[in-house]
Design a protein around this ligand. Structure first.
Ligand code: ADP
Ligand code: MG
Length: 713
């Protein structure tokens, strides 16, 4: 009978209650299965022999074959040390002992080949290895050993309590003894064959006790593939189940609003990417499942028009549509833009924000409920319970990262209640279709793993004729030149943003920087020749809006601001973005800020100001910004610098709690695993074919024992 891997770890020989407690609390190991999935961080490779001229400072443990040509005892401040000169045909190094000198000296043999093993470091012009493991070459050759030794993740507490790497290794060996190293295969024969994967048992054995480099590589590959495969399987199935279970509103036709707009009022030719995305949306809306789609598109890629045309599809089918934006300013901008587009079509559209008057609200409430209002634009105010729709068919959420999943869910409930024979579903509203738009370019690999429950569309093309923004990095010492440049641009009729970091709302220093900067700009750009707006987080929302509006209207030439302008504002006449203390901003923030310019026909500029003191990461960020305007490329660099957890926020990082694969390094494998999942589900959606038994079984176990491989939050 095979050993049940759900057995608590306490039952393993060599693991008493104390050790079990420590393994649980420090490493999250509760069961045999958890232990098996404790994958080593690295290996000490005892199959490879280094030559002395190949040594590197502070490398991991290495081994060298050579002979001792000289032994010397050296007195030092505290006691003595023993130094042996060790040679191979490429050079010489030192072996050093501080303890047990007498015994060692007596036993060391000169001019006989040894294999030494340890960590070498560069010291006083020569490589030295303290207290090496040594073996005569002749003996070394006779010994049988597992050539590569696994080094496991550990914590300070574990090593303090005596659970060293050796102990973990021993426990692991015990587990392989008890299970006889036989583990149930979790992938299908088809996959093993087509992907040239080694079996589960071989992979687990070789990940813990690799026989050689080649088998280790095969074991890693197989386990990484498996991990990514099951993440994708779970996400894709979740999405499919959602689609089959959650009935959506079917928009059967593309009607007059859409066609009239498309043929007569479209202000420009759509880009191919916009057309493609519209087709994807059209397909969703026409199917009878609820759409849950993420629309990614770099700043300025033209998401708004896509949103509007999707709304027209809703209207054509007799439904209402709403668009929610994270700030009042943005809502107003959307409203103003869309209002213009609605005019020739005779579509009713209104705006709802926190500052809507009682009278306005009353009218909105009435017309929303009787269905005469077709489109509503607004802020969070739209989420309030008293906002009741007559027949809400489509919800569009702009700049998604400002809204949480909970808010998405709230909008769901605002869908129409359809008459139904079924008692159970009678009063349950049918959720509207949802389109979430974001300008935060999430690398596709990450999006695939995190937003698996959303379908993804990407606008990966800017409208024709845009001039790429020129980005430069300037040191604070060159400020006067930057001021001159600003004056030149303003004299051409352009407007300028100057942005200061505001990392924390409460940070006094940041406000001081902002106010100091503001004053020096007021001095450089005196009234009445120049008018300056200022916007920061400590201002009342109405004051902020007022200042923003002055800038939008062109009444002020310079906007001094903290990062409150980060999201979405559209002032096509602004052509210069100066970012102060740019080294303090993250890459995605810098990119968002830069996206505020380059929206008109003029050449635009982004100037990154920093002091001379720059860390390596800051340098990489600045170099990336000056090199490229491509949001996705920038996002990839950001992902490398910060890791996925930071990018997605702690909320979602659980999803990325990978055991062996690395979402950055293994992104090609991730894509491939996803492809394999899709292929399998295409021919066997229910995983019912006999060839897929192992997959179905593993999938069920994963969703049952969430704590095992803690993939899904
Ligand atoms: P974002 O994706 O950042 O929300 P917008 O939808 O605000 O971008 O579009 C940015 C600007 O580009 C707007 O002024 C819009 O009218 C314009 N635009 C959008 N699509 C096109 C297109 N296909 N051709 C020309 N201009 C376009
Ligand atoms: Mg936008």
């Amino acid at each position: 009978m095979s050993v049940n891997l759900q057995t608590p770890i306490d039952y393993l020989k060599g693991v008493g209650p104390n050790r079990a407690d420590l393994l649980r609390s420090e490493l999250g190991i509760h069961t045999y299965q958890d232990l098996i999935n404790l994958f080593p961080n690295r290996y000490i490779d005892r199959t490879k022999y280094y030559k002395i001229n190949q040594l590197q400072d502070n490398s991991s443990e290495i081994q060298v074959i050579g002979t001792i040509v000289n032994i010397q005892e050296i007195s030092q401040k505290h006691g003595k040390r023993l130094v042996a000169t060790f040679q191979d045909e490429t050079g010489s190094m030192e072996l050093v002992w501080f303890r047990g000198i007498k015994w060692i000296k007596e036993n060391l043999k000169r001019n006989i080949a040894y294999v030494i093993f340890g960590k070498a470091s560069w010291f006083n012009g020569v490589y030295s290895m303290p207290h090496p493991d040594m073996e005569l070459l002749t003996e070394h050759e006779q010994n049988l050993r597992s050539a590569m030794q696994a080094i496991y993740p550990s914590t300070e507490k574990l090593s303090n309590k005596g659970i060293t790497n050796r102990v973990v290794s021993k426990i692991m060996q015990q587990l392989f003894l008890e299970t006889k190293g036989k583990f149930e295969e979790s992938l299908s024969p088809g996959l093993l064959n087509s992907q040239k994967l080694i079996s589960k048992s071989d992979a687990l054995f070789n990940i813990h006790f690799p026989k050689n480099q080649d088998l280790l590589a095969k074991a890693e590959f197989r386990l990484k593939f498996e991990e990514l495969f099951y993440i994708q399987l779970q996400l894709i199935l979740k999405n499919l189940i959602h689609k089959s279970k959650i009935k959506g509103l079917t928009f059967v036709k593309v009607g007059d609003y859409f066609n009239t707009f498309y043929t007569q009022h479209l202000p420009f030719e759509l880009t191919d990417a916009q057309k493609r995305v519209l087709k994807e949306i059209r397909q969703d809306l026409g199917s009878n499942a609820q759409m849950n789609r993420l629309l990614q598109g770099d700043v300025g890629s033209g998401k708004t028009i896509v949103a509007f045309m999707s709304m027209l599809m809703a209207l054509d089918n007799g439904f209402q549509a709403c668009l929610m934006a994270p700030t009042a300013i943005l809502s107003v901008q959307h409203y103003n833009g869309l209002h213009e587009l609605c005019k020739p079509l005779n579509i009713s559209i209104k705006l709802l924000t926190g500052s809507s008057t009682t009278l306005e609200r009353k009218e909105i409430d009435e017309t929303l409920q009787n269905g005469s209002l077709q489109i509503i634009i607004g802020t969070h105010a739209l989420l309030e319970d008293k906002v009741v729709f007559n027949n809400l068919g489509l919800v569009i959420i702009d700049e998604q990262h400002r809204f949480g999943v909970a808010q998405r869910a709230k909008l769901w409930k605002k869908g129409p209640t359809q008459s139904s024979q079924n008692e159970e579903t009678k009063s349950v509203p049918t959720p509207p279709h949802i389109l979430v738009m974001t300008a935060t370019p999430i690398p596709r690999t990450l999006a695939m793993s995190v937003y698996g429950d959303l379908d993804i569309s990407v606008i990966d093309e800017l409208p024709a004729g845009r001039k790429p923004i020129k980005t430069v990095h300037r040191f604070d010492t060159n400020r006067l030149k930057v001021f001159k440049f600003m004056r030149d641009e303003i004299s051409k009729g352009r407007q300028v943003y100057v942005v200061y970091p505001l990392i924390q709302e409460s940070a006094k220093m940041d406000y001081k920087d902002l106010m100091d900067g503001y004053e020096s700009i007021v001095r450089e750009f005196p009234i009445p020749t120049y008018q300056i707006s200022i916007v920061h987080g400590k201002m009342k929302p109405s004051d902020k809006d007022f200042e923003m509006q002055r800038f939008i209207n062109g009444e002020t030439q310079i906007m001094v601001a903290t990062t409150v302008i980060e999201v979405g504002v559209n002032v096509p006449n602004a052509s210069v973005m100066v970012i102060e203390s740019a080294e303090r901003f993250g890459l995605s923030q810098l990119h968002q800020l830069r996206g505020r310019v380059g929206r008109g026909a003029e050449q635009s500029y982004c100037i990154l100001m920093t002091s001379h003191k720059l860390g390596n990461d800051s340098k990489t960020r600045l170099e990336t910004m000056t090199r490229t305007n491509d949001g996705f490329e920038i996002a990839e660099v950001d992902l490398k610098l910060r890791g996925p957890g930071d990018i997605m926020g702690t909320q979602q990082s659980g999803v990325l709690n990978l055991k062996i694969a690395d979402i950055v390094k293994d992104k090609d494998l991730l894509k491939h695993a996803r492809f394999c999942v899709q292929q399998i589900l295409k021919s066997d959606p229910g995983l019912n074919q006999s060839g897929n038994i192992a997959i179905l079984k593993t999938y069920r176990a994963l969703t049952k024992y969430k704590n095992i491989w803690n993939y899904i939050s």
